[in-house]
Design a protein. Structure first.
Lengths: 130, 584
């Protein structure tokens, strides 16, 4: 607090500088937004071809489009049946986006990557993917 | 899971193992209609429009199963959360939290929201299967309800997948050996909106709610029940404080025992007319008559005499309030207040239009079960015609009479008949339900109206065929003989005049007879006096004659002595002389 008072006093006229801070804030916000971590949970039932397809598809998608900012867990409901109720699963496979909110569910084998990305709200061509 | 062991000992309605086994639902009346309940190990579809009671029906099936039959259940709810469900049935006395805590019930709320779901590629409903399996095994469920599956159609778009998955689900439930109820919303022209009845082939139940004369009534119908007989009618049912009650029209049947015990009507002369002992206990009595003939008063006498014997009586009044009724009965010398205070008499006054016929019936059932009276009075039944057709009233009365008879309760119904016309015809509809039928009618003549009471019928006893004058005074009801003679039937003052005349004539006749008797006595006295006089005369004569005879004898003796003397003097043979003398 004292430090900032001191700084203001030293710079003297600083209205333009304050406006510059606001611009910086918005710029920073826009840069931060895509960096948010995606919390994804994939629920499958058994080791069926459909389950394997879904797991492969969601792994590929995360590596390609969400590198470094995803948290993916895969659950087999045959092993952990209580999770079906907790996560409100009806169809299988179901991919649940728990973060960012709101919760979104994508059901099916996730074969259409473009559609899944729209469902997850991930920009199609993020940085780091040439 | 042990499901196969318990099969044998629950199906008590099953004659042999080949026959379809059934699971009692515990819903009042429903098990009678279906002769045992729902098909064991099969899936039943319960369909109906919104608010027809599907969810409640299904839930009561689980609750009764858990409480009465020890069969745990699973409720899969698509439309209400567990908390909402628990709250909405708490008023019916179902404590779902308790059942869940005792592991007799598992509730799984399935939340599906279209806006949250995106479909990409192929999927199945294995998530739902896992949940069902998990819920079933967590409580060892034998009963499953899915309410309502069709919600999935609006949440998930791929109808082809859903249909094939539903088919798989029903097969899976069957293989699993659970008795299931699936609910479905009524569609336009079809039983369910998405036609899922085509997957359920065993049992389909339709619930409906219709409004007649602004009074809503719910109906239940068994549309289909493969492999068993069942009632096919549309049965009214109610949702009340104890859950659902289906009221089968004829299911109670004519199997009630008949009592030989007789009970007084509270009017001694009426008892005398009914074979001298009154009505049979547990029978039904109809008192019909035009307005103001004293039907309620007669019914009140029956109630009063029951209370006096220490029995309980339940009085349903649809015309008068309790206070008014007690006051009016006091005017004819019946004090009902002590019975009310002692709890022997319970009075329920309501307007028939308060609710529908079925609700009235259910209400009566509930009160009768709670109070357990020996006499029930419904005064009058004809007022129900305000809220229903005559046919419905008859059907309702039949059920009420069957119910009362099965419990051995004596029932008294009063029936208001319109003035004029054939009184008996108007009641023909309900009279066949009644064992004893009393008709109170005005007899008009010589400028006054007097009440006449007839016993039109009374099953199983020698009853009087006479009309009696029905008189209400400050000391209750009196039945008086009417005057039947050449002048016709006389009642009231005409009867009194006639009686006075007859009394006068009788006195005259009596006096005449007395006089004749006195005459006779006098004549007898006269005769006896004459006899005495004659006898005295005779005796006097007799004495005189005897005295003369004596004198003659003595003279004769003297004469013969003189002759002997003379003969002795003439020296004659005494013996020859004597003989010759007597022969000469």
């Amino acid at each position: 607090m004292g430090g900032s008072d001191h700084d203001d006093g030293r710079d003297g006229q600083t209205p333009p500088a304050a406006a510059g801070d606001m611009d910086d804030f918005w710029a920073q916000a826009l840069v931060d937004e895509p960096q948010e971590t995606y919390v994804l949970r994939l629920y499958v039932v058994g080791n069926s071809p459909r389950s394997r397809w879904a797991i492969r598809n969601v792994r590929k998608l995360c590596d390609q489009h969400l590198a470094g900012r995803f948290d993916l867990e895969v659950h087999d409901l045959n092993q952990e049946p209580w999770l079906a109720r907790e996560a409100q699963i009806v169809a299988a496979p179901t991919l649940v986006r728990e973060q960012p909110l709101p919760v979104q569910r994508i059901i099916g084998s996730l074969s259409d990557i473009e559609r899944v990305l729209v469902g997850l709200g991930v920009p199609p061509n993020p940085t780091g993917d040439p | 899971m042990g499901t196969y062991e318990s099969k044998a000992n629950v199906g008590h309605t099953v004659e042999s193992l080949d026959v379809l086994q059934k699971v009692p639902t515990g819903i009042k009346g429903f098990d009678e209609i279906t002769v045992g309940g729902l098909p064991r190990g099969r899936t039943t579809l319960v369909c109906g429009s919104a608010g027809s009671g599907k969810t409640l029906f299904a839930l009561e099936f689980l609750v009764r199963g858990a409480i009465d039959h020890g069969e745990p259940g699973v409720f899969v709810a698509f439309e209400e959360t567990a908390v909402e469900l628990t709250q909405s049935v708490a008023s019916l006395g179902f404590d779902l939290d308790d059942l869940v805590a005792r592991k007799m019930l598992a509730i799984d709320y399935v939340h599906v929201e279209r806006s949250e779901i995106l479909e990409t590629g192929d999927y199945d409903l294995n998530g739902l299967f896992v949940r069902l399996e998990y819920a079933i095994s967590s409580v060892g469920a034998k009963r499953v309800v899915i309410d309502s599956l069709e919600t999935l159609f609006s949440a998930l778009g791929n109808e082809g997948i859903l249909r094939s998955e539903f088919r798989r689900l029903f097969r899976w439930l069957k293989d699993r050996g659970v008795t299931a109820i699936i609910t479905g919303e009524r569609g336009d022209g079809t039983l369910t909106r998405h036609g899922i009845e085509e997957y359920v082939s065993d049992c389909v139940i339709l619930l409906e709610q219709r409004v007649h004369e602004r009074v809503a009534t719910r109906y239940l119908r068994v549309v289909k029940y493969r492999g068993t007989m069942h009632g096919t009618n549309e049965y009214p049912f109610l949702i009340h404080a104890g859950g659902i009650s289906v009221v089968p029209v004829t299911s109670l049947g004519l199997t009630h025992p008949a009592s030989d015990e007789r009970m007084s009507t509270g009017v001694p002369r009426l008892d005398a007319m009914l074979g001298g002992k009154g009505i049979y206990r547990g029978s039904s009595v109809l008192i019909s008559g035009t307005p103001g003939t004293g039907k309620s008063s007669l019914a009140a006498h029956v109630a009063n005499s029951a209370c006096r014997r220490g029995e309980r009586c339940l009085y349903f009044a649809f015309e008068e309030s309790q206070g008014q009724f007690v006051r009016n009965m006091r005017s004819i010398g019946l004090d009902l207040k002590p019975w009310l205070d002692q709890g022997r008499l319970q009075f329920h006054a309501s307007r028939p239009t308060l609710f529908g016929l079925e609700m009235h019936l259910a209400n009566m059932h509930r009160l009768i079960e709670a109070f357990d009276p020996s006499v029930v009075v419904v005064d009058p039944v004809t007022n129900f015609a305000m809220v229903a057709t005559n046919h419905e009233v008859r059907a309702m009365l039949m059920r009420l009479v069957d119910f009362l008879k099965s419990r051995g309760i004596t029932a008294v119904f009063t029936s208001l008949t319109a003035g004029g016309g054939a009184l008996e015809e108007t009641d023909v509809g309900i009279s066949s339900l009644m064992d004893t039928w009393l008709l109170v009618q005005f007899l008009e003549g010589s400028g006054e109206r007097n009440r006449g009471l007839y016993v039109l019928k009374s099953r199983g006893m020698m009853h009087s065929n006479q009309v009696r004058e029905f008189h209400m005074g400050a000391h209750g009801i009196d039945l008086l003989d009417v005057y039947v003679g050449p002048a016709g039937v006389l009642t009231g003052t005409a009867r009194q005049a006639q009686e006075a005349k007859e009394r006068a004539e009788a006195i005259t006749r009596q006096q005449e007879m007395d006089r004749k008797q006195r005459d006779l006595a006098r004549k007898r006295a006269q005769l006896e006096a004459q006899i005495l006089a004659l006898r005295a005369e005779f005796e006097a004569e007799e004495q005189e004659v005897l005295a003369n005879l004596d004198q003659d004898k003595r003279r004769e003796l003297n004469l013969s002595r003189d002759r002997e003397q003379m003969a002795r003097l003439r020296q004659a043979d005494p013996s020859r002389q004597q003989n010759g003398g007597s022969a000469g």
